[in-house]
Design a protein around this ligand. Structure first.
Ligand code: UDP
Ligand code: MG
Length: 321
């Protein structure tokens, strides 16, 4: 079974697109220039993640220009960046799959660095941003979460947020099979990698438009990262509960003996209130943490599809030729 050369790309570049109309043309031009220069067969798989602007029409224009190299997965709604990437993974056929953001924060000219590492025998090439060009708040929070992930999970990477990454085919196949509903792709891929490495890449500020993440969606994404790969939050919570109950035991014993020896006391009521409020807030937080895990179980038990594809725009693949 031999396929036409253009039908079996060596490299697949996967790009999630959500309202990126202003960025798509410069992205496409810079990306195709960089990929053409490699002189290896490639494809670009875009997922339109329910964009409400002109993104889909612009992507269709790219397909018309290069029907053998461009493929489009058009989602029925907005399922999020990571689901968009998974859908494109499902369609991708390259031996190496590269993920890239559509907003040109990851320069396409850096792709060759990742491919060189794959050639050296690594099956997962992550990246860290040389001089991160995001708001101070984003960069700082991200550092904190990097530290927390580093200490609570077995996933070790310098910069989890940088999406310019290369994965070899066996990792992609496993991710597609995994059927997880909320997933953080670089972390899941890391757990499946046999020989991972990282390279430094340039980072630019968004070419046009605004970040698609607000504070809430960022918090949710990072919950996926931590609760998807570690039980440490639950264990920390239990541990905290044990320490607090031991301390409370000592306090009760102290107050009781004080009452017997010195008589009842009325002072310090507000201190007790403060302690109580603190403990109640910890309990609420704990219920939230348990809820996160229960939510994940719920999601994985229900049989709903992870995403719905409206249409796939691609050239027909003829395996029998
Ligand atoms: N994205 C997406 N669906 C979403 C949110 C984002 O496909 O619901 C895409 C977006 O178009 C971009 C990439 O994911 O290509 C990264 O998004 P963004 O640049 O907004 O994230 P940030 O760089 O702020 O983390
Ligand atoms: Mg961005």
């Amino acid at each position: 079974m031999t396929r036409k050369k253009h039908l079996c790309p060596e490299i697949s570049v996967v790009i999630p697109v959500y309202n990126e109309a202003e960025n798509l043309l410069p992205l496409y031009e810079r990306l195709t220039t960089s990929l053409d220069a490699l002189n290896r067969p490639y494809e670009i798989v875009f997922t339109n993640d329910g964009s409400k602007d002109e993104s889909l029409n612009i992507l269709k224009g790219f397909y018309q220009e290069r029907p053998t190299q461009v493929r489009i997965v058009d989602f029925h709604g907005n399922y999020g960046q990571h689901m968009a990437i998974i859908a494109a993974f499902e369609k991708s056929r390259g031996d190496v799959v590269i993920t890239l953001d559509a907003d040109l924060q990851n320069p396409p000219e850096e792709i060759f660095k990742l491919l060189e590492k794959i050639k050296e025998g690594y099956d997962y090439v992550g990246s860290y941003r040389a001089h991160r060009q995001d708001t101070f708040f984003r960069t700082y929070v991200s550092k904190l979460i990097n530290w927390f992930r580093e200490t609570t999970t077995n996933i070790h990477m310098k910069d989890q947020g940088c999406m310019l990454r290369a994965y070899s085919r066996h990792i992609i196949n496993q991710i597609v099979k995994s059927n997880e509903k909320s997933v953080f792709i670089p972390a899941l891929a890391y757990t499946l990698a046999l020989n991972p490495t990282e390279v430094e890449v340039k980072h630019c500020s968004r070419s046009a438009g605004k970040s698609k993440y607000n504070l809430y969606s960022l918090v949710r994404l990072n919950f996926d990262l931590i609760t998807g790969f570690s039980l440490v939050p639950l264990q920390m919570f239990t541990l905290f509960g044990m320490i607090v109950s031991a301390l409370s035991g000592i306090l009760v014993a102290y107050l009781l003996s004080r009452r017997i020896i010195l008589g009842p006391e009325v002072e310090g009521v507000f201190t007790l209130f403060a302690i109580l409020f603190f403990l109640v807030s910890v309990v609420i937080m704990g219920i939230g943490i348990v809820g996160e895990y229960v939510g994940r179980i719920f999601q994985s038990l229900n049989q709903r599809p992870r995403f719905v594809i409206k249409e796939t725009i691609e050239e027909e693949i003829n395996d029998k030729s």
